[in-house]
Write a protein that binds this ligand. Sequence first.
Ligand SMILES: Nc1nc2c([nH]c(=O)n2[C@H]2C[C@H](O)[C@@H](COP(=O)(O)OP(=O)(O)OP(=O)(O)O)O2)c(=O)[nH]1
Length: 133
Amino acid sequence: MKARVVVGAAIVRGDALLVQQRAYPPEVAGRWELPGGRVEPGETEPEALRRECVEELGVEVLVGARVGGDVALRAHLVLRVYAASLADPAAKPKALEHKGLRWVTASALDRLPWLPADLELLPALRGLLSSVH
Ligand SMILES: Nc1nc2c([nH]c(=O)n2[C@H]2C[C@H](O)[C@@H](COP(=O)(O)OP(=O)(O)OP(=O)(O)O)O2)c(=O)[nH]1
């Protein structure tokens, strides 16, 4: 069976990464993750990311290169992250489906209570932040 993909957007502006805090389900409420979600049948991964960013944040994003490797979430499901930027750098993302959002710099990444799978991506996310400004 082919693995399904959850895409995550590493949206960077200046020296900061946009992260959001889950509101549900209860076992992960309060933990932090990257914007994104499952790729639907018939969608490309960048299309899924653009759709999720409109749904979750109310903003258009430009999708760039892959960041880090695939992270196994559970059987037949992987998390795959892409670098992204706001199509309009002045746009203000809103937490439409989450508890909150925050722009964090590299030094603050380690202090967030992330979803467990995302911990594997922290070195790559730090690398991305140090390469873009
Ligand atoms: N968007 C996103 N999901 C993540 C990250 N890390 C991680 O483990 N996940 C998991 C949480 C969920 O089990 C799954 C994505 O679910 P979702 O809630 O965003 O999207 P969905 O509605 O299509 O999925 P689901 O509720 O059916 O599980 O991937 C991350 O950084 N971003």
